[in-house]
Ligand binder design. Structure first.
Ligand code: SAM
Ligand code: SF4
Length: 315
């Protein structure tokens, strides 16, 4: 699929639920997700149908996200169905890692190729404060279980927050010493609940290079600029939506758990997909991809145009 600016769109981020077992302070309100009725959220059948239509349109990579995708009932069935699609090259999941301890082996068996695990701190107290209900131990056990299940090249996503976790940059880089991990520092994006955070929370990912000056560039991986510390096995990635616009190489579309296709993370434009099947569904997906905006306005406006929170979109 191409958009009207000539970009190839071959990556779908599919949100399988807006529910989550955490309440990360930058993503969700303390009282969680507004209750929706079961029928408001795409069924496993509908999710598989949208994935299948997207692959027929030219999508080669699907990432399952949420909310927390591993709390979604039927997630393994969905993975198996997507993995069986002719033409899909990669199926990945973004997770907070809390349930990987019990699910990693099943996810591997269901065809998930790689994992992104979100982890913003290595300190138990801080972990509780950021997630409002999580335990660091669960995430660390989850990472171990993923390794034991045979997952390699796992990506660790760290959202950088000035005054919250920027004193842990060197500790996170240290994790890449012996492990084949990619630790990726992501700039906090002012959207949803965190749009009202104080200015100092929105730190440039350049802070990573200032904290660990021995990092040397080793190329790129999608939207991440990659670095390596001398002698380290893994890599360090910087993802800088706030300070470096990477829209020119954007290759993705997103579908929310309630079945709306978002051509751009930071736009309010949404195309309803529910109720569409066959050629009508494919036309809607192709049309939405074609109409992707050229770029977001996050940098000049310092806030996102979307009124959605991240847990509703999937990141
Ligand atoms: N629950 C899963 C998890 O936490 O990995 C998947 C969904 S979560 C919305 C996807 C990613 O979005 C996570 O890495 C999270 O840290 C990130 N995220 C949430 N809000 C964000 C924000 N305002 N700016 C940058 N990243 C954000
Ligand atoms: Fe849940 Fe992920 Fe949002 Fe945290 S970032 S509240 S784990 S959806």
């Amino acid at each position: 699929m191409n958009d009207k600016f000539g970009r190839t769109i071959d990556y779908l981020r599919l949100s399988v639920t807006d529910l989550c077992n955490y309440r990360c302070a930058y993503c969700m309100a303390a009282d969680g997700v507004p209750k929706r009725s079961h029928g408001d959220i795409l069924s496993i059948e509908e999710l598989a149908g949208i994935g299948s239509a997207a692959v027929r349109c030219g999508v080669r990579k699907i990432r399952l996200t949420g909310g927390e995708p591993l709390v979604r009932r039927g997630i393994l069935t969905l993975c198996e169905r997507l993995r069986a699609l002719d033409g899909l090259e990669e199926l990945t999941i973004t997770t907070n890692g809390s349930l990987l301890g019990t699910m990693a082996a099943d996810l591997k068996a269901a065809g998930v190729g790689r994992l992104n695990v979100s982890l913003d701190t290595l300190r138990p107290e801080r972990f509780r404060a950021i997630t409002r209900r999580g335990e660091l131990r669960d995430a660390l056990d989850g990472l171990e279980a993923a390794k034991a299940a045979g997952f390699t090249r796992t990506k660790l996503n760290v959202v950088l927050m000035g005054g919250v976790n920027d004193d842990e940059i060197a500790d996170f880089v240290g994790l890449t010493r012996a492990e084949d991990l990619s630790v990726r520092f992501i700039e906090l994006m002012p959207m949803g609940v965190c749009a009202a955070f104080p200015r100092e929370r929105f730190l440039s990912a350049g802070a990573v290079l200032a904290a660990v000056p021995e990092l040397t560039p080793v190329g790129g991986d999608g939207v991440a600029e990659l670095y390596r510390a001398p002698g380290h096995r893994g890599t360090v990635g910087l993802i800088r939506p706030l300070t470096r616009c990477f829209c020119a190489s954007c290759d993705r579309i997103r579908v929310t758990a309630d079945g709306r296709l978002k051509p751009c993370l930071h736009s309010n434009a949404e195309i309803p997909l529910r109720g569409l099947h066959g050629a009508a569904l494919e036309d809607a997906i192709r049309g939405a991809a074609y109409a992707k905006p050229e770029r977001h306005r996050l940098i000049q406006n310092q806030h996102s145009d979307t009124t959605r929170n991240m847990f509703e979109i999937g990141g």
